[in-house]
Design a protein around this ligand. Structure first.
Ligand code: ZN
Length: 425
């Protein structure tokens, strides 16, 4: 057995271990280096192994510094499976194309500037096509199941409590009838994080590989909900808008959850919350659809909410995330289809939803939804060409791309209002 540290060593990004066991070579994580130009250069430098010789990859979680080089790995010859939990696989389906989009636009900007000064054009680190091709390698592994990877290696994924889907991976390597237990922590969450479960306690290991991004400092202990309530109320009292930059996966959903709890307890007012990021919206949807990963508190809130929903007939906070226009849109559309709301009522409920309304031939909704059109996000603007919709927006990974799939749309007074949808092609 041999282990090589190929990333997140002397730096905190680019997580990647190469494990050789018997005749097999496998990777744990294949993350992107993020940070200074010198660090990012490591992404462009070749892999220090031949990707075609790697049998498989075990992925701890969907953050880009752990999975961001998978498209490049696949493009350079990796043919094996990428084992990850269900939610990690789902999140990778939005994270990797998004990352590819950033690579493409960075290269384009660089080349545009470079052309003026006569520089050689560069290729993007990988393209959206590379990212999409790499997603075919993903294979779901359930938590707490001992999975045979090959004749030398078995693995168990445990909840790491870091982001939804994150895992601590136990790897059992057997060589010459002797088994060695390796534990790869991945990024570890703190206990009592909102929404997700606490990290699993692992019993023993022969070798432990711990990520230590914040290993050199102590987390502040304070009442986060109280601090957030104070900031919101203070801003609202002064008539302001609160703008919160936030990581799209994990931190954003944590904030939405806190807002929900504060709103429900009457500690903040009923103010609209605009989530201005296609990636964060897509990630939130994945969170909402994976309630099996909720901790007891989040599940309790959800059940309570479901009961209220029953009592009130409709609600503003599907799955416990209030004030979220996209979620509201989906909810309203559902209510229309189940006949619980009339079009007039939808219009009334949509007073503060920033969905755009288009003049389109009225027929589709009457014939039944969903149609074969998808739009992602009301915050983006669209151009409409018959039944094809194109997005434009500064951050969207889907800029200028034709969107297909199932539409989530509502017909209001002969116009089609699109709130949200799923990228599907
Ligand atoms: Zn992480």
């Amino acid at each position: 057995m041999r282990i090589e540290f190929l990333g997140a060593a002397h730096t905190v990004t680019g997580s990647c271990y190469l494990l050789e066991a018997g005749a097999h070579k496998l990777l744990v994580d294949c993350g992107m280096f993020q940070g200074s130009k010198r660090i990012r250069q490591l992404n462009t430098d070749g892999f220090r192994f031949n990707p075609a010789e790697i049998d498989c990859l075990l992925l701890t979680h969907a953050h880009i510094d752990h999975c961001g080089l998978i498209p490049k790995l696949c493009r350079e010859g990796f043919k094996g499976p990428v084992y990850a939990t269900k939610v990690t696989c789902e999140l990778a389906h939005i994270m990797l194309p998004d990352s590819a989009h950033i690579q493409e636009s960075d290269a384009e900007i660089f080349n545009r500037k470079g052309a003026r000064s006569g520089d050689e054009p560069i290729q993007p680190l990988y393209t959206i096509d590379d990212a999409e091709a790499s997603l075919k390698h993903f294979s779901v592994v359930p938590y707490e199941n001992r999975v045979r990877i090959n004749e030398n290696v078995e693995a168990v994924f445990h909840d790491a409590g870091h982001i939804m889907g994150s895992a601590i991976i136990e790897v059992y390597v057997t060589e010459n009838d002797e088994t060695t237990k390796l534990v790869f922590s991945g990024d570890l969450g703190q206990p009592n994080q909102p929404i997700i479960k606490d990290p699993t306690i692992i019993n023993g290991a022969d070798y432990l590989f711990v990520e230590s991004t914040y290993g050199d400092r102590l987390h502040q202990i304070y009442d986060k909900e109280e601090a957030l309530a104070e900031i919101v109320n203070d801003t609202m009292e002064r008539g302001g808008n609160l703008i919160i930059p936030s990581f799209a996966v994990g931190r954003t959903q944590t904030l939405l959850y806190y807002f929900y709890k504060l709103w429900k307890a009457g500690r903040i007012e009923d103010v609209p919350i605009i989530l201005d990021s296609p990636l964060a919206i897509a990630a939130t949807r994945i969170f909402i659809h994976n309630t099996q990963e909720f901790d007891d508190e989040a599940l309790g809130l959800l059940l309570e909410h479901a009961q209220e929903e029953k009592d009130q007939e409709y609600c503003y906070a599907p799955s416990g995330f209030p004030g979220l226009e996209t979620a509201l849109g989906v909810m309203l559309t559902d209510l229309y289809h189940t006949g619980k709301l009339s079009l007039q009522e939808i219009i009334e409920k949509m007073t503060w939803a920033p969905a755009k309304v288009f003049d389109l031939q009225a027929g589709s909704l009457a014939k039944g939804m969903p149609a074969d059109i998808t739009v992602i996000d009301p915050e983006l603007c669209w151009t409409v060409d018959e039944k094809k919709f194109y997005t434009k927006g500064s951050h969207s990974p889907f800029i200028g791309r034709e969107l297909k799939g199932k539409a989530v749309m509502t017909l209001v007074d002969g116009n089609i209002v699109m709130q949200d949808g799923i990228i599907n092609g």
